[in-house]
Design a protein around this ligand. Sequence first.
Ligand SMILES: Cc1ncc(COP(=O)(O)O)c(C=O)c1O
Length: 433
Amino acid sequence: MAVEQRTESDRLADLRDRYVARGLSTPPLYVARAEGACIVDVDGREYIDFAGGLACQNLGHGFPPAVAAVHEQVDRYLHQCAMVGMYEPYVEVCRRLAELSPCGSGEQRSLLVNSGAEAVENAVKIARAATGRPGVLVFGNSFHGRTLLTLAMTGKVDYKRGFGPLPAEVYRAPGPYPYRGIDTDGAIRGLELLLAQDVDPKTVACAVLEPVQGEGGFIDMPLDFPPRLKEICEEHGILYVDDEVQSGVGRTGPVWAIEHYGVEPDLLVSGKSIGGGLPLAGVTGKAEVMDAVDPGGLGGTFGGNPIACAAALAVLDEVASDEFRSRADDIGARIRSALEEIAGRVEAVGEVRGLGAMLAIELVEDRESKRPAGPLTKRTTQSARERGLLLLSCGLYGNVIRILVPLVISNEELARGFELLEESLGDAGAGAG
Ligand SMILES: Cc1ncc(COP(=O)(O)O)c(C=O)c1O
């Protein structure tokens, strides 16, 4: 009888099951190393990476200038705590964020923290301090994090089940979702009703919106929605918070996705790719808003860690360059045309959407009913992994496949990735059009 060969992945899977919390959902992939848009597992299998460490690798795994900056910083010091001893990398990241800020031309300041959720929480704290109001407006299909306040702000029950009670004073208006019948007018009408029925706008501190909703399904806001929201915010003295944790740092072409919309937010929340793979996030905004909090009101032990800041300086320099922008635009155009070609052949693709290189396909049981095809999506991502392509799903019903490929991928790898995607759709049972 043949003895089954146990792989390194099998060994790690056993340890994972034994020691890692069940509530953390992990795929059967055990990474040994990664470079650019390629991941190699512990058994030597190669994968084309269309997941980018969940949007943290816009510049690819091991972006050389970030790696070099990290090596240099490691020999200087690893940690200080900005509240114990301030250091240049922290100040320099805040300077770059000010130079690149979409929040208008006046003086800009930033706070650095460890994660997107922590940054969103701090943006709410700052908005409350600046306005003296408690309310927080959010939108359908939003994702703002997994801490208790940000869970309340996130629009998906799957993440919240069993974790309540969640903080109060969070109000949700419908988010635009043209494919599913909510256009700008519908969303604005919903917001007006919310402000008439549920919460007095004079008690609202901020409205928080992702210009392209990430976990919610890569729903790019219609071009006129952010400007109309901004008008309503201005009318009522509500601060506009632009959550760019997933859409920012060059993912859609410009450094910040809000630049597509011509809106000046009051606060910008950044994260994910900004640290080039190290944990870093930030809140940036007009000095008069940021400085509403008295000294000591903001902080944290590790926020703005020097190594993460060193990497971030290299990342921000790169994403602000013309060369990066033109390659990101080119990759975005290639992804869109590959997805549209697939949509032309595969009936289950209901919509191709997104902005720049932040693109996705929504899978449906049929194009008429538009019933979400969640199980088909799951089978597709599983089959893709078996074929050597890492894919992520998203969306309220888990039926959207999003492309978060590192924006350093070669044209050949990109084309091969889309071949594997189409083959995986076929394996999963998606009918040809
Ligand atoms: C738009 C947005 N905001 C906030 C977060 C939370 O970021 P983190 O997971 O770093 O806490 C995410 C994470 O996916 C996100 O996509």
